[in-house]
Design a binder for this molecule. Structure first.
Ligand SMILES: [Zn+2]
Length: 647
């Protein structure tokens, strides 16, 4: 944390216009809108591909010739694949807008054809049953954008540029690959040859920058980590270059920035926030996953940014966009969503880590406005789940309000319930799970890690907040009562899919000189409470730090008549599970007894650790009838009655 502290000073010394000018502080919704636009603009109607099921895609060596002045690609890709079952044909994802000149298997020319406009079929000379095969594909052409911006030529000033953006289905527009999310290359080598004066950025470590005899320059990049097709990228223009070295726990992390020469000073200034972000995320989630290679940014005329592994493609290096794309290196790149329906595993985390950047690296006011802005987005409509309930709708999958903002708040609320230590431990366990790390994950994998650390079932939480739709509205009515405050807490929900959100609710009691926040475990609507904060309460505020997505209303009702000593029961009559709530939270009982209508004690229990002010009681073994519950602590006791009804 000491290191983070030193970066706060650096950040605060930057001009506020730099951090928070319109260009420099983008809302999560703006980033989401631009990222989502890719998917919405994807014109291909049945985008999923099952090509490559009969082989394991292991290694690719790519050799590409790019001149940013001409929208064209030519080159070859050598694929190493392992055959999984007997076959004489393998399929690669590739658009037939490109011309395939030849295909060689183990150095021998073989037959090939486009099975459909997006599938290249390669026919082996003989049937293969197993083993590794090297397949060389030579191709060229003008990539057609079946997927939005997949291979884009553009200009900054008068200078031409070419960059790629393959998420979700655009990789095959410009290179032969296996486009599934669930088979990553083990590693990839990329050589990009460009005209003199141009630079080519890509994934992994820069091995060489060679000037060829014809004056063209070859950039050789090697990435030694598993990577899916859509995260392989290139960006070429007349870049200026600057580096940063960030030290985290004695490890040096190199950052390589390729930016427009005319923007060099601006981007250098903006990049001063990057060390703070890198150290914060490494501290919370484990060291940057590709520390032995690099992190980098390639500037391009891209709307927003794209988290290409170790080399994000960025419209500029503004604070919130830098945080979002860097965060994806852990959540999205190290662990990739196993299907696009699980996109929240990428985007909720990237959005939430941007929030954490505001929490740790800016002012309390900026953190508060990040939270209220994110909540405001979620609450702008009464329904909608983070869970993708319509997998045919790309607009739904990449919905900024739900997959980004509500998802981020589902994480924030879980942190509130679990506490910081457990929440961040569960996140690190997820990232380090050997079955998931550098692979892919589905939503139940993440939930399992949260439950393992929390030590109990979180299904009600996820049913309400992840699968369910909407959010609660709290209505609190209070009055002074016997040197304290009595209040009732009602809750309605914005969508019928959730009856009630059972949440620990922080409530702030404010006096003239003092204030205090007490957290109440809200078990049912209409639950009544009595507290003695120890000072004269003038005002009450629900959840002042915005932990919970909710609308809130506080009403002062001095005439309300709440029996501060009572116990309340929900539901009443009851058949099996009864919620018991003691209004006065300062009364901690040691023993509870259930007494039947004949006055006979039929159950007495003294749980270790005492009895909380509200708890659940299993009464399914009781016969129908009238019962009294007595809570005892030494000489003082409280009683209440409930009715058991049997169907
Ligand atoms: Zn994102």
């Amino acid at each position: 944390m000491h290191k983070i502290g030193s970066y706060i000073i650096v950040l605060l010394s930057l001009s506020s216009a730099m951090l928070y000018g319109q260009e420099d502080s983008w809302s999560a919704e703006r980033i989401a809108e631009m990222e989502g636009a890719r998917f919405k603009s994807d014109k291909f109607s049945s985008p999923k591909s099952s090509n490559g099921a009969n082989y394991d895609w292991k290694y690719a060596e790519c050799f590409w010739q790019i001149d940013p002045a001409v929208k064209y690609i030519s080159g070859k890709v050598n694929h190493t694949v392992e055959i999984l079952n007997e076959t004489d044909t393998v399929f690669f994802d590739l658009s037939d807008a490109l011309t395939v000149n030849s295909v060689l298997v183990e150095g021998q020319n073989v037959d090939f054809l486009f099975k459909d406009p997006l599938t290249l079929a390669i026919v082996f000379a003989e049937t293969r049953t197993s083993g590794e095969v090297i397949i060389e594909i030579n191709y060229e052409g003008i990539p057609q954008a079946n997927s939005f911006l997949s291979f884009t030529q553009s200009f900054h000033g008068m200078a031409p540029e070419i960059y790629t953006l393959s998420e979700p289905y655009g990789a095959r527009d410009w290179w032969p690959c296996k486009q599934t999310l669930t088979d990553k290359l083990d590693s990839v080598f990329i050589e990009i040859t460009v005209p003199e004066g141009q630079k080519a950025g890509s994934n992994g470590k820069l091995l060489y920058e060679n000037v060829n005899s014809n004056g063209r320059v070859s950039f050789g990049w090697k990435h030694r980590y598993p990577i899916p097709a859509y995260l392989v990228s290139l960006a070429v223009t007349n870049y200026a270059e600057f580096s940063q070295t960030i030290v985290f726990e004695d490890v040096e992390i190199n950052v390589l920035n390729y930016v427009y020469p005319e923007r060099l000073e601006n981007e250098q200034e903006r990049s001063e926030a990057l060390p703070g972000l890198m150290i914060l995320f490494s501290d919370l989630f484990g060291i940057y996953p590709y520390a032995d290679e690099k992190y980098g940014n390639c500037q391009a005329s891209i709307p927003g940014g794209m988290e290409h592994t170790t080399m994000s493609t960025m419209t500029n290096l503004n604070f919130s966009l830098s945080a979002h794309e860097l965060a994806h290196q852990w959540f999205g790149d190290k662990i990739t969503c196993g299907s696009w329906e699980d996109i929240w595993l990428n985007e909720s985390f990237a959005t939430y880590l941007t929030g954490l950047s505001y929490e740790h690296l800016t002012t309390p006011d900026d953190w508060q406005s990040w939270k209220s802005g994110t909540q405001g987005s979620v609450k702008s409509q009464p329904g909608g789940s983070v869970f993708v309930n319509d997998t045919t709708s790309r607009d739904r999958i990449f919905n900024g309000r739900l997959s980004y903002n509500k998802g981020a708040y589902v994480l924030h609320m879980l942190r509130w319930i679990m506490g910081d230590a457990d929440f961040f431990l569960a996140c690190r366990n997820y990232l380090n799970d050997p079955n998931l790390a550098f692979g892919f994950a589905y939503t139940p994998d993440l939930i399992a890690h949260f439950e393992a650390v929390y030590g109990s079932d979180l299904s009600e939480y996820f049913n309400n907040w992840f699968y369910g739709e909407g959010f609660p509205t709290y209505s609190l009515r209070w009055s002074p009562a016997q040197a304290g405050i009595a209040f009732s807490l009602e809750q309605t929900t914005s969508h019928p899919s959730v009856d009630f959100y059972q949440m620990p609710l922080p409530i702030q009691f404010i006096g003239d000189e003092r204030d205090t926040i007490i957290t109440f475990n809200h078990q049912f609507s209409g639950e009544q409470f009595y507290v003695q904060p120890g000072f004269d309460v003038k005002q009450i505020q629900i959840d002042p730090d915005l932990w919970i997505i909710a609308d809130k209303q506080v009403i002062y009702e001095p005439d309300s008549d709440i029996d501060i000593n009572a116990i309340s029961f929900q539901p009443n009559p009851v058949s099996s599970r009864l919620w018991v709530a003691v209004r006065n939270p300062s009364f901690v009982a040691e023993t509870y007894s259930i007494i039947n209508s004949e006055g006979k004690i039929i159950r007495t229990i003294s749980p270790s650790g005492g009895i909380r002010t509200s708890f659940e009681l299993d009464v399914s073994d009781l016969a129908a009838g009238f019962y009294i519950l007595r809570l005892t602590n030494g000489n003082s006791s409280k009683t209440g009655s409930f009715l058991v009804a049997k169907p």
